[in-house]
Design a protein around this ligand. Structure first.
Ligand code: ADP
Ligand code: MG
Length: 711
């Protein structure tokens, strides 16, 4: 077997210390950089390439046009400035001319830039005292380069590893692997169908390409491999779930759902109709539903959830809706009771064949006799729909026959908590309830496929008609701030209410609370001195928080100063003003969620995004000012932030992407998903695709417990 191709597992077993020139010190630096073995080394991909066939010369530089030039260094000088600031200047040159470089507050440049070093400089030339120069350009030390296209590896300021050192080790590793080559786990037929290059060639080319086109094809192959691994895990999990669980065939054509919809004071939106149909199709089959419903704030998810639960009730089963907080659970309970006020349930034991539908609430605050009654009737089947918090998944809560589970704001629950509620359905019949998880944070389709690929996904992409759109205003200058408070006061005088949100301070909850308290005090004494102001923050107990919220809802306060604890789901239709302080410290998704707290009533609402500095977060703020469409904003967010950052921590698949990009690789994601279904459906345990299975176990080690074949 000496000549068998190397697997990724083989490469992962070769410690980086085996590379020539890697002693204890270098090894420590490499490990700091995340490179412990040869696989880590080979998957440290260049972040850029310098194409020397195509390079610009200093004489070609045009003022204001970002360009890269390959140059040599001379005359490096450090110039002290006032306030312990410093400036480093250098002159660089090629055969055609010279260029000045100026670095502010990067004193280490003095050491980095050695006379005669070859560097690639990327920046925007400007004219200063009649001479071309660049300020704070991107600099890559190229050193003794060979080859026409020079790979530039990621650098870290902390760890002192040069890009040519990394290139050298990569080359040595590839040369040593060469006689055996790196094996390709992808079935030949699939590789051919998509005309993808082999893996061995891809690894060689990505590090040392001879042309940019060739490099792109290598990147495509390696990115596809990463995406395929993620999809195989998700698709296998999905298929296994479907195989191993038996669900209930719900009566989706029963009259309860129809009567409920007919009795609504409004017509369903097209999106609601479509999503209810998608859900009904799942409910009618014996495979348990596992579906994610994405819908912006106010898109009407509750009606959809209730329709799904009624399909269960129709057949004599129960529905349960779990929300992350008591306030939200109570809000849902009140709303659902209202929606279902006159609905009757078929009942054979009754002379008239019908009884009143029964909805109950179960939270930590339901105690004593009431709690015993609810628990007993849930277990006996007298309660049709229960709305609650984590209290629903506690021990001692049992259902006669739980048919449909709805989880609101699903990201606020852990995997285990969601599974626990599903587990409550396992009665004598051993059936698994149908599950609908809901989120008000829309994510782009590529991210959804990567993050939630084991679920079906439905989208409510249409708001009910007649909403008065929220006007969003960016506020920077002191005068604008004054105008804002004038307008807020006017709204409060008209009997409307306002939220004032202070940012979360990640490092310290104490600081955060202090900041909210300061704001509260200064508004009470200053801008809002004539109004009643409340305060809400994360250090309050949940009953204190609820008390404040209830007072606000009852209009005992005109304005509520709070930290982001109000982010999720709170419904106060009379609140028409949202002031977000230090808005530049929030992400797009969070600002969008906050804005969704207003605009719930008939009066036009406004959202002011107050910023310290017009330059910070300008693109984010502009996007919010321009649009209230959550799906559009999610796309912008992905574009601005790049990859990975969107991911929740409970499904890590996407954070393993080193070369694939959710932004660039939409088509590859679809392709990987298609191939994953093809492979898993033909070979459910990957018994005939051992190399792929091993690789997945290796690279997604955290999934190991759940995944597949072990050797
Ligand atoms: P969310 O998706 O944010 O949970 P809700 O389900 O709370 O949204 O619905 C927001 C509001 O819109 C509720 O007052 C609800 O009664 C109302 N609503 C839902 N669907 C429609 C519709 N098709 N037409 C008009 N109003 C609707
Ligand atoms: Mg909701």
């Amino acid at each position: 077997m000496a000549d068998a191709p190397l697997t990724l597992a083989d490469l992962a077993q070769i410690d980086i210390a085996n590379m020539k020139g890697v002693g204890d010190k270098r090894r420590a630096a490499l490990v700091d950089f995340g490179i412990e073995n040869v696989l880590d080394l080979l998957t440290t991909y260049p972040r850029r390439y310098v194409d020397r066939t195509n390079e610009a010369h200093v004489a070609d530089l045009v003022e204001g046009v970002e360009t890269m030039v390959l140059v040599k260094v001379r005359n490096v000088r450090r110039v002290p400035l006032r306030n312990r600031r410093s400036m480093v200047t250098a002159t660089v040159f090629d055969d055609t001319g010279s260029l000045g470089l100026t670095f502010f507050n990067q004193p280490w440049r003095e050491r980095q830039l050695k006379t005669d070093a070859e560097i690639a400089v990327f920046g925007k030339p400007e004219t200063f005292r009649g001479k071309l120069q660049m300020t704070n350009p991107v600099v890559d030390i190229i050193g003794d380069k060979t080859g026409i296209i020079v790979p530039i590896y990621p650098q870290s300021e902390k760890v002192n590893l040069s890009t040519w050192e990394i290139a050298g080790w990569v080359r040595a590793a590839l040369e040593r692997a060469a006689p055996r080559t790196i094996g390709d786990p992808l079935p030949e037929a699939i590789r051919e169908r998509f005309a993808m290059v082999g893996r061995n060639a891809a690894f060689n080319t990505i590090h040392f390409p001879e042309s940019i086109v060739e490099k792109e094809r290598a990147r495509e192959r390696l990115a596809f491999d990463e995406l395929l691994r993620v999809q195989l895990v998700l698709v296998e999990r999905k298929r296994r779930f479907e195989r191993e669980n038996i669900g209930i065939r719900h009566e989706v054509n029963g009259e309860m759902q129809q009567r409920f919809i007919a009795a609504l004071p409004f017509a369903l939106t097209g999106a609601q109709k479509r999503v209810i149909a998608e859900i009904n199709a799942d409910l009618a089959t014996p495979i348990p539903m596992h579906r994610l419903l994405q819908g912006d704030v106010g898109s009407g998810k509750t009606v959809v959830a209730v329709a799904a639960m009624l399909a269960a009730v129709q057949g004599g089963h129960q529905g349960a809706l779990m929300a992350p907080t008591e306030v939200l659970a109570e809000q849902h309970f009140a709303g659902i009771q209202r929606l279902l006020a006159d609905l009757k349930v078929p009942d054979d034991g009754n002379l008239f064949g019908e009884r009143q539908l029964r909805v109950e609430l179960l939270t930590g605050r339901v105690t004593g006799e009431k709690r015993r009654e609810v628990l007993a009737d849930l277990a006996a089947g007298g309660v049709d729909i229960v709305v609650g918090t984590h209290a629903l998944i506690q021990e001692g809560v049992g259902f006669a026959s739980l048919g449909v589970v709805v989880i609101d704001e699903q990201h606020r629950f852990g995997v285990e908590q969601r599974a626990a509620l599903r587990g409550k359905g396992e009665g004598a019949a051993k059936t698994t309830p149908d599950v609908l998880v809901m989120t008000a944070t829309p994510i782009p389709r590529t991210a959804a496929l990567t993050q939630y690929g084991d679920l079906e996904v439905s989208v409510l992409d249409e708001l009910p008609p007649g909403r008065t759109p929220i006007d969003t205003i960016s506020v920077v200058a002191p005068l604008e701030v004054e105008m804002m408070w004038t307008q807020v006061r006017r709204a409060l005088d008209d009997g409307q209410q306002a939220f004032v949100v202070c940012p979360t301070i990640e490092e310290s909850e104490k600081l955060e609370v202090a900041a909210a308290q300061d704001t509260y005090e200064s508004l009470r004494k200053g801008e809002l001195a004539k109004h009643k102001v409340g305060l809400l923050h994360g250090r309050m107990s949940s009953s204190e928080k609820d008390e404040v919220m209830n007072k606000f809802r009852a209009r005992k306060f005109d304005a509520l100063v709070s930290t982001t604890v109000i982010e999720v789901g709170v419904d106060v239709p009379n609140a028409t003003c949202m002031v977000v302080l230090d808005a530049d410290r929030f992400g797009i998704a969070q600002l969008h969620q906050l804005r969704g707290r207003v605009g719930r009533g008939s009066i036009a609402s406004r959202c002011w995004l107050v910023r310290q500095d017009a330059a910070v977060g300008a693109e984010r703020i502009d996007a919010l000012v321009k649009s209230t469409d959550g799906f559009y904003l999610a796309e912008v967010d992905l574009l601005l932030r790049g990859e990975g950052t969107l991911m929740s921590t409970d499904q890590k698949g996407a954070s393993d992407l080193k070369i694939a990009s959710l932004r660039r690789d939409k088509d590859l994601i679809e392709r990987a998903r298609e191939v994953a279904f093809e492979i898993v459906d033909a070979d459910p345990t990957l018994a005939k695709h051992r190399d792929l299975a091993r690789e997945i176990n290796l690279l997604l080690a955290r999934e190991e417990k759940e995944f597949l074949t072990k050797d």
